[in-house]
Write a protein that binds this ligand. Structure first.
Ligand code: PMP
Length: 356
């Protein structure tokens, strides 16, 4: 730490992204990326001609991308704002809708960035426990007294909350904003987008990083009432009006327009998830019911950390969280069928070594 860092950040612990190793070729099942390339329209849109226009600023209104998002979800363009990945959307929500008086609340086991943003922006956080089966209990959010951040489906558990329960939270807390982070919703969850016309306190955050195969493009977006979106634009224009670069704006729009490819990728990943989860179950793993592009699984013959390390030595990267309640588990992203078979083979070898 230099002597110049603001005292506000002296105790800040930043978010730790999953490993992105450059030294060795791993089978990478650790950061929930899609194993499939972006839609063909993305490759065509990010053309040499567009690269040659990088001397000019990007469109701060993100008009083409926001229209493509609005068309896909059947909402008005005023109900949409595009962001530089959904992490930026979440940061804007903390800036716009949380302060000393209106804190933030979220489950004890959820996306780690909520806690980091709360600290970064000096927002008091109320942490609400998941139940024994890692499920959200809607009644515990009643009058919780801060903007609610719910990842649905949740990460790293993969468990989805039914739409009726999300609606119950919105209905019971009419003067509290409910931010539903739907990074993984396309893999079998129920989206809260239909609620945004009926509840002005519901905001949905989405990303092109997972189901639209564009993690490196950094394209996220928010859907909500026109008023709430206007508030978010106020923050964006006070922070970084050109938040999306020219190439990502085009890539995101092209990805949203290719619904057939999006559905095909999502369906393939869900099919792979089904048999991979079964195969892990047959090997004695406890596998939580996933509605995401990953499974959260507890290896019974090795601890979570030892299994993670054993796989890494075998060239397969998964994610282990050394935190209470989840340290016995690992989070395994769903890759191609070949990658999942390699994971299972490496697992079988580890079990053999353990027995020997
Ligand atoms: N929300 C959740 C629940 C996530 O797991 C992630 C991925 N790390 C994000 C948001 C952020 O994704 P991105 O910034 O790539 O859109």
């Amino acid at each position: 730490m230099s002597r110049f860092l603001s005292d506000r950040f002296a105790a800040l612990t930043p978010y730790v992204p999953g490993e992105q190793p450059r030294d060795q070729r791993y089978i990478k099942l650790n950061t929930n990326e899609s194993p499939y390339p972006p839609a063909i329209g993305v490759l065509e849109a990010v053309s040499r001609a567009e690269v040659s226009r990088l001397n000019l600023y990007s469109d701060p209104t993100a008009r083409e991308l926001e229209s493509a998002i609005a068309a896909f979800y059947g909402v008005n363009a005023e109900q949409v704002m595009a962001t530089n990945g959904s992490d930026e959307a979440l940061a804007f929500c903390f800036q716009a809708f949380c302060d000393q008086k209106t804190g933030a609340c979220f489950p004890d086991i959820t996306y780690g960035f909520y806690e980091v943003f709360a600290r970064l922006y000096g927002v008091p956080a109320k942490v609400i426990p998941l139940d024994e089966q890692f499920r959200v209990t809607p009644a515990l959010y009643r009058g919780a007294g801060g903007t609610i951040f719910l990842a649905n489906p949740n990460a790293p558990t993969g468990i989805a909350l039914p739409l009726a329960a999300v609606e119950e939270i919105a209905r019971q807390n009419p003067n509290t904003l409910l931010v539903v982070d739907e990074a993984y919703v396309d893999f079998g969850g129920e989206s809260a987008v239909p609620l945004i016309g009926r509840y002005d306190n519901v905001l949905v955050v989405m990303t092109c990083s997972k189901s639209r195969n564009l993690a490196g493009g950094r394209v996220g977006f928010v859907l909500g009432s026109a008023d709430v979106i206007r508030d978010l634009r106020k923050i964006k224009y006070s922070f970084n009006p050109y938040n999306l670069n020219r190439l990502s704006l085009l890539a995101g729009a092209a990805a949203l327009r290719d619904e057939a490819y999006f559905r095909a990728c999502v369906n393939t990943i869900m099919e792979t998830r089904a048999w991979a989860a079964r195969a892990l179950g047959e090997r004695g793993f406890e596998v939580l019911d996933s509605r995401t592009n990953f499974v959260f699984a507890k290896p019974v013959r090795l601890g979570g950390k030892a299994y993670y390390e054993g796989l890494k030595a075998a060239g397969v990267l998964v994610r282990h969280f050394d935190a209470p309640r989840v340290r016995d588990f690992v989070r395994i992203s769903i890759g191609t069928p070949e990658e999942m078979r390699a994971l299972l083979d490496a697992t079988d070898r580890l079990w053999e070594e353990k027995r020997a």
